[in-house]
Each structure stands twice: as C-alpha cells, then as structure tokens.
Design a binder for this molecule. Structure first.
Ligand code: HEM
Length: 430
C-alpha cells in the first residue's frame, strides 16, 4: 500500500479523501464492530502513520446508526421546524437530500464531490469546508420525526401523513418538577450527529441545516461532550457531571434480546412503517452542580444508590453486580435507599421496563449568578414512549431532583434503517 502524505490541514495526517481514495467509502480496513445492523466500522489506524484510531460507520443498515453504535464522545443535536410553505413533495425532497448528504458525510466525504473548493469561484461552496482533511471520526447521523410533523399545533395535516402517525407519538405529558422552556422543546424533525471530533459533528449539522434552507429551520440545538453512557460492552463506563459512572446498567449493543424487547419497534407493533425504528426522548436537564458539590460523599452515594469510585451498587459487589433491593444495613434500613435514583429507575421498580440511554454532558457557559449552566442532555431510545414515561414518573420521588431541573423536552419517532437508494422514512410516504 502506498504511503499517504499528510493532507494540508489534516490534524492527524489522515486525509478524508486519502482514506476514501485508498479504501473506497467504508469498503475495507479492519472491521471493529458490527452490532445492531448499521454498525459496521472501518478502523483507520496506524496504517497511515497516525497514532489515533478513527472509524467510519455504515450509514445503511437494518437500523439507523447512532443508537447501538458505541457512544461517541461528542454530540451536536438539532431540532427543526418545517417551513409553512413546504408541501408533501417538498418534504420528501428534503429527506432525500438529507439522506444523500448524510450517507456521504458519515464516510468522511464532503456534502458533494469537490463541494468545498472545487466549485465555481462565483458561487458559494456546496460544502462549508471546516471538515476538509478530517477523518469520518465515527460520525453517525440519526433522523427522527416529531409529533408535529404529522399534525401541527393547530391540528393541520400538512403532509397527508396524519393517518399514519404512530398512535404512541404524542407530546410527552407534563412531569412533576418540569420547568420546560419553549426554546429547548419540541420540533418537527430532529438530527442527532455524534462523532469523536466535535468539528465533524458540528460540520454535519451545519451543512444539513444549510441544505434545508427555505424548507426547514433550526428550532433549537445542543452541543454535548463526554458521553454519559456506554452502549457497548466494549466501552468503559464514563462519568456524568455529578462525577458518577453513568451507563453501567444500560441496554447494550451486544444484548440482542434486550434490544428486541426494549429498543426496536417490532414488525408486529403499530405502525408497520416504523418497524426496525425506535422512539427517541431528549431531555435537557440542568444540574445545579454548585449545590451538589457541597453535598457529603456518603450522601451523594445514597442519592444515586451506587459508590462514586467504582460505581458498584450500595448493596454490595462490583460495578456490574445486580443491586439487591432487599438488603438492609445495621439499622434495618435498605442499603439501596427508597429514594435513590438507581432504585427508582431500575426495571424492578417499573414493571420490567428498560431503555437505551445515550446522553451527553453539556456546559453552555454560565448564568448571571456565576453558576455554570451545566447538565445532562439526556437521550434515550425505547420501543415505546411509555417506557420513558413510566420511569420518569417513578423518578418523581428521586432524591437527585433537588439538584436537577428539566428545562427542555422532545420526542421523535426514529424510522428504521435506510437501504441504499432509499431516503430516510421512505416507508412512511410509500
Ligand atoms: C441529570 C439527570 C440524571 C443523572 C445525573 C443520572 C445518573 C444516573 C446514574 C449515575 C446511574 C447509575 C449508573 C447506570 O446504571 O447507568 C443512572 C442509572 C439509570 N438512570 Fe439515570 N440519571 C439522570 C436522569 C435519568 C432520567 C431522566 C432517566 C429516565 C427517565 C434515567 C434513567 C436511568 C436508568 C433506567 C438507569 C439504570 C437503572 C438500573 O437499571 O440500575 N436517568 N442514572
């Protein structure tokens, strides 16, 4: 194999074009993971002299990528509102254009061939250019459809799809303690872009927003860092901004049975067009970390129900031990306190319900009181929104609530995987 000279502007000596020139779009290399359909990754490692590993995940597959894909380190999430002037054909056109661009971007390509600098000097470039020279960085792009796409706030069926709306796709109910702000809530469409390089994730959302110009506009968006979940047993458990391991008891890519039961919409579920898809819940949760930082270690652990160091349940064992909710201490009190987060969120307290969590930390500057505007951008994928509703209601007595404020909320139906030549959500419009 020929030596590849570092591309100008390349951070690691790996040029996006160089990789694809040698391998073709995601065609070769070492396959490092193939969980869940759309999860085949091509490892691009030291072959080019760079120490970093980068992955390119298949865009096409049984399920959309970005759900069971090993959680990347960075997020740019965006919710869009469709323009009032757009008709059904226009919406389908937008989804087709987004699909084409996403299929290229996830392979480390520009929006279109020569898009950044290869076009006319007299026209704006088709690609904004800030990802030139960067590898795919594990980019996944996941699309979702909000309740208002099917029927807007006035009950208007703008795109002739109201009759095909999943019955379960309703705005989430109001939960105790909700302090939702309109500017971080709702949306007709969403795009979740995850990557191991923030510039790559931002480039994806920026270019997809640009493609939507005049057809859909950004309603709100969120940057995230430091994944707060692991979605594969191959990953170590990261920590959230409370300093606790987060993702230990998550549904993982390797557990096909749990995915089928708790995450993927089944072909026998309603509606058939959503088979292989899922429901995505997004919650922007502000964490009052200045108050949390004044709480004693023992109390922090009681509130979570796990040790801060290892992440083990307070009932004993190591990190992945099952919590024992019957176990009591010397005083006779349960070792897993009745108001601990883990106890209330666990399947045992919720009729067996589980979900796949895939959230990110955020810090959006600070407020006027000099406190960090920080928290958890919670994302979960589940077979039915009812799973989230059940757990969130159970968390009404969560001791952590004193340090949390839910300020944003949205729900989306995430269509199943996209086949080559199709666009996202094609079965909905068939
Ligand atoms: C900022 C808010 C939150 C924080 C800091 C937080 C933190 C944690 C931590 C530290 C764990 C234990 C480790 C693990 O198993 O992942 C956990 C578990 C869990 N959390 Fe949260 N969480 C938050 C919000 C939520 C929300 C909104 C939900 C869903 C409505 C949720 C659902 C769960 C579930 C299902 C588990 C696994 C419980 C088990 O089976 O043991 N969490 N969370």
């Amino acid at each position: 194999m020929a030596e590849q000279a570092p591309a100008p502007g390349s951070r690691d000596g790996i040029s996006r074009r160089g990789i694809l020139g040698l391998f073709g779009a995601g065609a070769a290399g070492a396959v490092v993971g193939a969980a869940g359909g759309a999860g085949t990754a091509v490892a691009v490692t030291g072959a080019f002299g760079g120490p970093e590993a980068s992955a390119a995940y298949d865009f096409h597959g049984t399920h959309q990528a970005g759900i069971t894909t090993p959680a990347q380190d960075r997020l740019h999430f965006a919710a869009f509102d469709v323009s009032d002037s757009l008709d059904r054909a226009g919406l389908v056109g937008l989804l087709a254009d987004w699909t084409d661009a996403a299929a290229r971007l996830t392979q480390g390509l520009e929006v279109e061939e020569g898009g950044a600098v290869g076009g006319s000097d007299h026209a704006p470039p088709a690609d904004t250019g800030e990802a030139l020279g960067l590898p795919a960085a594990g980019l996944t792009i996941t699309f979702g459809f909000g309740p208002t796409l099917f029927e807007d706030a006035a009950g208007v069926d703008r795109f002739g799809i109201a009759a095909r709306r999943p019955p379960a796709l309703q705005a989430l109910p109001r939960f105790q303690g909700d302090a939702l702000k309109a500017e971080w809530t709702g949306g007709d469409l969403c795009i979740q872009a995850c990557a191991d390089d923030p510039q790559v994730a931002v480039h994806a959302i920026r270019n997809l927003s640009r493609i939507a110009f005049g057809r859909a506009s950004l309603r709100w968006s969120q940057l995230g860092f430091g994944r707060t979940s692991s979605t594969s047993t191959s990953q170590s458990t990261p920590r959230n901004l409370f300093g606790f391991k987060d993702g230990t008891a998550n549904v993982k890519a390797e557990d096909g049975e749990a995915l089928a039961e708790h995450v993927w919409v089944d072909a026998a579920d309603e509606p058939a067009w959503l088979a292989g898809g899922s429901y995505l819940v997004a919650r922007k949760i502000r964490m009052v970390i200045e108050n949390w930082d004044r709480v004693q270690l023992g109390e922090q652990e009681q509130l979570v129900g796990r040790s801060k160091g290892e992440g083990a349940p307070l009932s004993g064992g190591t990190e992945f031990a099952e919590p024992d909710f019957e176990a009591t201490g010397a005083t006779g009190a349960p070792l897993m306190a009745a108001t601990s987060h883990v106890r209330l969120a666990h399947a045992a307290s919720n009729g067996g319900v589980r979900m796949l969590r895939r959230g990110y930390n955020f810090v959006d500057g600070n407020d006027q009181l000099g406190r960090l505007d920080a928290g958890l951008f919670f994302l979960s994928f589940q077979r039915s929104p009812e799973q989230f509703v059940t757990v969130q209601r159970s968390l009404a007595s969560d001791g952590l609530n004193e340090y949390l404020k839910h300020v944003g909320s949205a729900i989306f139906a995430v269509p199943g995987g996209i086949r080559p030549g199709e666009h996202v959500g094609q079965p909905l419009f068939a």
